[in-house]
Design a protein around this ligand. Structure first.
Ligand code: HEM
Length: 532
């Protein structure tokens, strides 16, 4: 629909000028000054030099020079869309969260899917975990469920996250490989980190090469809490189940698609929504109490473990529909800031040490990535409910407090005194008891690293198991150091003997002996952290 009022030839080169008129607006500077010539800088004479006085040139160039912001330190490549969440089954019995009260009510949503390791310009079909981050603009503030398409994570303690990501990203000297798990540093770290092997099984499975964002599950991963009106807590795990079904490609297809169309996933989402084929997911919850948590074979605070759906069935309570693409990729998809600590009253955290660390990390990184403390003023991040607080000033402040008082307590009346706290409606942290010495420790209840990895592997069909074996052989064949390959295979012996054998043969390695596999890994772990 781009129409120009009229064009006229201009200049010795005969270049075309496209000028304003009719419905076509006049170009201005950022200060609103009408622009007469956007083709030529201001010069002294026909052949220069260019003059410093040229404010239009300087503004245009300075702004261009500052267009880039840092890409996310992880999940840099992503794609997002708008939609809504609709409650289909009330959770009022277990949570006071406003979003869970009234069946049929819709809450605006913004969802960003991503890969983890690749840079912003990397390919869509890399073998990688996918981010599934959901921002729900509830009537009691934004709830961010910052999840992945795999229900467990590589590590148990946030302390190890920088190491995991350093090891997974391109190697520091050569800056490759890009968006690949196929390299020495990644497998070196993994093979020295037995807790990662459950997630490694998922990452080597077809789940890590989804056919479409629309055909992925999503998981909150951590155990969270729901809190009812009386302050009672129920543990919860969150699940997104795609109505489109779960679908993946095979590696051969992934490699070809990456070459033919590196934007395959983003194009797929854009085309589906624009053609009215709105993707939909069910929100499921696994609810359990302290008694179940105590009886469970694993620790519910350990993010490398899931809760089998046979033990705690998933209760479907709502649906998420994506029905609108963004107007502007940078303004929305790039600038959106999800944070695990954004929870409304009625939802609370568990003591999962990974979740506790995430609660610090997201806000910290976003203050840098988005240029200061006021990124909640960017429309995509702003709550859609009433908002009143005394935070003020700072770079890019758009909404400073109104009225006389910017502090409390104050003795100004309702017009000038500003907002007041609300003990009845406000967020109250769950009053969990805590005891014990202050110490750096990993709980012994986090020590079984292989049982659920094994359960996952044996739950796969033969062809899916073959894909896992093939993926391990492919990825490890890119690893140069034989000791890293061998150490990885020795862990596989603890998961499935047949798988270990297949991978060893595929790599042309002798099968490490069982004693080697049972040995302590080469890291120094506290005495409490023995392998089972
Ligand atoms: C993005 C940290 C674990 C899912 C990020 C970002 C950081 C981060 C710094 C970039 C945020 C931004 O620039 O806006 C961490 C730390 C973790 C951790 C420290 C562990 C200690 C996880 C886990 C999940 C997850 C377990 C899934 C359950 C995501 C997603 C994004 C993200 C989906 C992208 C959000 C978006 O689309 O903007 N993470 N992360 N992360 N993380 Fe994590």
């Amino acid at each position: 629909d781009i129409a120009f009022a009229y064009s006229e030839p201009q200049g010795a080169g005969g270049e075309t000028r496209q000028v304003a008129g009719g419905e076509v607006p006049t170009m201005t500077t950022q200060q609103g000054i009408p622009v007469g010539d956007d083709q030529n800088s201001l010069k002294q004479g026909a052949r220069g030099p260019t003059l410093l006085e040229d404010f239009h040139f300087r503004e245009k160039m300075f702004h261009f020079d500052h267009e880039r912001i840092p890409e996310r330190v992880v999940h840099a490549r992503g794609y997002a869309a708008h939609g809504y969440f609709e409650l289909t089954d009330s959770l009022a019995d277990v949570s006071r969260a406003d979003i869970f009260q009234r069946v049929g009510e819709r809450t605006p949503a913004f969802v960003r899917f991503s890969t983890v390791a690749g840079s912003k310009g990397s390919v869509d079909l890399a073998r990688d975990v996918r981010g599934f981050a959901v921002k729900l603009y509830t009537q009691e503030g934004n709830w961010d469920l910052v999840g992945n398409n795999i229900p467990v994570f590589f590590i148990q303690d946030a302390m190890k996250f920088p190491d995991l990501i350093h090891a997974a990203k391109p190697e520091p000297d050569r800056a490759f490989p890009q968006a690949q798990t196929a390299h020495d540093n990644f497998w070196d770290f993994i093979s020295l980190t037995p807790e990662s092997f459950h997630m490694v099984m998922w990452a080597m499975s077809d789940r890590a090469i989804p056919r479409s964002f629309r055909t992925m599950e999503g998981f909150g991963v951590h155990t969270f809490r729901l809190i009812d009106a009386k302050g009672k807590s129920t543990f919860v795990k969150f699940h997104w189940k795609p109505k489109q079904g779960l679908q993946s490609v095979v590696w051969n297809e992934a490699v070809k698609i990456n070459g033919a169309d590196p934007d395959f996933h983003r194009r797929d989402l854009w085309d589906a929504i624009n053609s009215g084929d709105y993707p939909e997911w069910e929100l499921g919850v696994q609810l359990f109490d302290d008694a179940f948590a105590d009886s469970f074979d694993f620790d519910v605070l350990d993010a490398t473990k899931l809760i089998p759906e046979e033990l705690v069935p998933v209760r479907v309570v709502g649906r998420l529909v994506l029905d609108r693409v963004v107007d502007n990729f940078f303004a929305e998809t790039e600038q959106v800031a999800f944070c695990t600590q954004n929870v409304p009253p009625g939802i609370d955290f568990s003591n999962d040490p990974l979740l506790q660390g995430r609660n610090f990390s997201y806000l910290d990184t976003q203050i840098k990535r988005l240029g200061g403390p006021n990124f909640t003023h960017i429309p995509i991040n702003a709550p859609k409910c009433p908002m009143h607080h005394f935070q003020q000033d700072g770079h890019m402040a758009m909404h400073n407090p109104r009225g006389r008082a910017n502090y409390e307590p104050n003795s100004w009346g309702p017009t000038h005194g500003g907002p007041r706290e609300d003990p009845a409606r406000g967020f109250t942290s769950f009053a969990q008891e805590a005891e014990g010495p202050k110490q750096r420790v990993r709980s012994e209840t986090f020590a079984d690293h292989y049982s659920q990895a094994r359960q996952f592997f044996v739950s796969q069909t033969p062809i899916e198991q073959k894909h896992i074996g093939d993926a391990l052989v492919f990825e490890l064949s890119k690893v140069e150091r034989p000791d890293i390959r061998s150490r990885t295979v020795s862990h596989l012996l603890n998961i499935d003997g047949g798988l270990a054998q297949t991978v060893a043969e595929g790599l042309g390695l002798p099968l490490p002996d069982a004693a080697a596999a049972a040995r302590e890994p080469l890291v120094d772990l506290p005495p409490s952290h023995k392998l089972s």
